[in-house]
Ligand binder design. Structure first.
Ligand code: GLU
Length: 495
């Protein structure tokens, strides 16, 4: 394929994570392909933080995403942490820019102010649902004249800005891997571009930034495919050249369902805490982008940069097969020198501060130095063996145990920071919800965390294990007891 829509342009790609949760392996996968493609063409790779969703974005999540991506070994030429000539690289710092472009669309008649109240929109959607028609804005405010629209806005009536969509016709999205994909305009919603608080939605910010940051190739997950017609229309309205588009197939669980943390750990930091080497993780993701014949499966990012062919990326869902990752990681571990293995191991889980804390917790519980390792082994392990029988000593019925594990897992997920205080608050809160004495409940968590009913203090242990390992141990324990049904998930307040 051509290097860019207009060969004179320097290739520039980006990864644009939204800081609304834990760093996801899908983000590393998207970053990897964008990095390799840019470098293959001697271009630039950028990192942009898309934090337009103010309710869900957090600085903690942004920090974690940056740290996790840095851990993979990938680097970016421009970004919020390294700067660059097209900054700021955090959308929340660019609101004035988006407002200007929304105004331009209003002036040109490509967008309109929508004064519909939430009540009217709810009623409209309810009617559409009842009629079994597609849920989208019905266009009421698109008919308001420019003068009236400006007058109502000046009078302080709240409004959002929506883009106009042609009533008829087809938008063809040319996707590198899929070829031309037609979308009927009649099925495209009049997307909100600017919210009533004057802040942009993802769609406006994304298009404006990709243009201003001179992005030539947008390579992103396939969940954004349906947004592409809106984006292409915005490029047309502004009179800008659109980037080349490529939508990557989503990562899958081995059963081919969409990779989700219900079935598999999806956090980059989980794989870090488990002791996978970042090179092995990138190699593994690289194999999903550019499969290699047996015997040639070990390659680094530089090799991938040479081999990558966007047009040849298979659209059949790439399976995140942990067994394959295990094999690869083993290969990498065997290939490094003993000296390096030692360095990496110490850096991974044996830094002085961590070991000192563990030793001070263990001190009062051991008689001999030789007790230290067995009594703290669960703090260094990835997973611990837990079966239904492991819970036999707890006084609670199985259904209560399952609920205790599930509630703890979900509520800890929702905590911004993961530390002893948060763990204590959440677990004691579960005790209150269940009406169970914490002393009885704590045994359940001891078993899930350690495989046995005794250990070092629970809250310290969980903080030391970290969010990702704790989550996985809760999940595995829950699975050992039969998991949670969709009905229970609802009843227990997790939608
Ligand atoms: N912020 C979007 C995300 O979180 C980026 C989508 C895109 O690359 O356009 O995936």
């Amino acid at each position: 394929m051509s290097a860019s829509p207009n060969d004179a342009r320097r290739v520039r790609t980006r990864v644009a994570p939204s800081p609304t949760g834990d760093p996801h392996v899908g983000t590393a996968y998207v970053a990897l392909v964008n990095y390799c493609f840019a470098k293959q063409h001697g271009g630039d790779f950028l990192l942009r933080i898309e934090d337009t969703d103010q309710a869900r974005s957090t600085p903690e999540s942004e920090q974690a995403i940056l740290a996790a991506l840095r851990w993979t070994g990938l680097s970016w030429d421009e970004g919020p942490d390294v700067g660059g000539p097209h900054g700021p690289y955090r959308q929340s710092e660019r609101s004035k820019i988006y407002k200007r472009y929304a105004d331009e669309l209003l002036e040109k008649g490509h967008a309109f102010r929508c004064f519909c109240t939430p009540e009217r929109l709810d009623a409209m959607r309810a009617a559409q649902r009842a009629a079994g028609t597609q849920q989208k804005y019905d266009g009421l405010c698109a008919g308001i004249g420019a003068e009236e629209s400006a007058r109502r806005a000046a009078a302080g009536e709240p409004y959002v800005v929506r883009m106009k969509i042609p009533a008829t016709g087809v938008c063809v999205v040319n996707d590198v891997a899929r070829g031309p994909v037609p979308f009927d305009y009649s099925s495209v919603d009049m997307q909100v571009l600017l919210k009533s608080d004057g802040l942009p939605t993802y769609h406006l910010a994304n298009v404006v930034d990709d243009h201003l940051m001179e992005i030539t190739h947008v390579i992103r997950g396939e969940e954004w495919m349906s947004s592409a017609p809106k984006h292409l229309l915005l490029y047309e309205y502004f009179g800008w050249e659109p980037p080349v588009l490529m939508h990557l197939p989503l990562l899958r669980n081995p059963d081919k369902s969409k990779l989700s943390k219900r079935k598999n750990p999806t956090g980059i930091l989980f794989y870090q805490r488990m002791g996978y080497l970042p090179e092995a993780l990138l190699n593994f993701l690289g194999l999903l982008l550019a499969p290699a014949p047996e015997g040639q499966e070990i390659f680094g990012v530089d090799d991938l940069t040479k081999r990558l062919d966007l047009a040849k990326i298979s659209l059949g869902g790439p399976v995140f097969d942990v067994a394959k990752l295990d094999w690869l990681n083993g290969q990498y571990l065997r290939a490094i020198s003993t000296e390096e293995l030692l360095e990496r191991t110490l850096a991974w889980g044996f830094d002085r501060a961590r070991v000192a804390r563990i030793a001070s917790l263990a001190k009062s519980r051991v008689e001999r130095l030789s007790d230290l390792v067995p009594s703290t082994a669960y703090l260094f392990a990835g997973c611990v063996a837990v079966t239904k029988e492991s819970f036999a000593g707890t006084k609670l019925p199985v259904d209560e145990i399952r609920k205790a594990l599930a509630l703890a897992m979900w509520r800890l997920d929702a905590e911004r920071t993961f530390d002893m205080a948060a763990v204590e608050r959440v677990l004691k809160g579960v005790g209150e919800t269940l009406g169970v004495k914490f002393r009885d409940l704590s045994r359940v968590y001891y078993v899930a965390m350690t495989g046995s009913a005794t250990a070092l203090p629970l809250f310290d242990s969980m903080e030391l294990l970290g969010r990702d390992i704790v989550r996985e141990r809760l999940r595995v324990a829950l699975e050992a007891l039969g998991g949670v049904t969709a009905k229970e998930q609802k009843e227990w307040g997790h939608s």
